[in-house]
Write a new protein. Structure first.
Length: 92
């Protein structure tokens, strides 16, 4: 069985519908936990991406490597983008 919180898919076992899935209040808490879990996971990944990017920038500066600096500055942090998107959706 699966469900969707906003546009976040999540999966539960087959017993879910006969237990928690029948109570709107309990379903709300499950979906809130799904959203919070995703947010926290994205937050940790974002922090790792930012730390890695910062380390690459520092290394490029320390070695005066312009190509490495350009590459480091262009590094994307996709988890940060997803986290910011989720945060915006949560505020609505």
């Amino acid at each position: 069985m699966s469900g969707v919180v906003g546009d976040i898919p999540y999966y539960v076992d087959s017993k879910f519908a006969s237990t928690i899935g029948r109570s709107p209040r309990d379903l709300y808490y499950v979906e809130r936990d799904v959203e919070s879990g995703l947010y926290n996971s994205l937050k940790e990944k974002c922090q790792s991406e930012v730390a890695f990017k910062s380390k690459q920038i520092y290394t490029a500066q320390a070695t005066s490597n312009k190509d490495a600096m350009d590459a480091a500055l262009k590094m994307e942090t996709p988890s940060c983008v997803l986290q910011a998107d989720l945060e915006r959706k949560r505020r609505k």
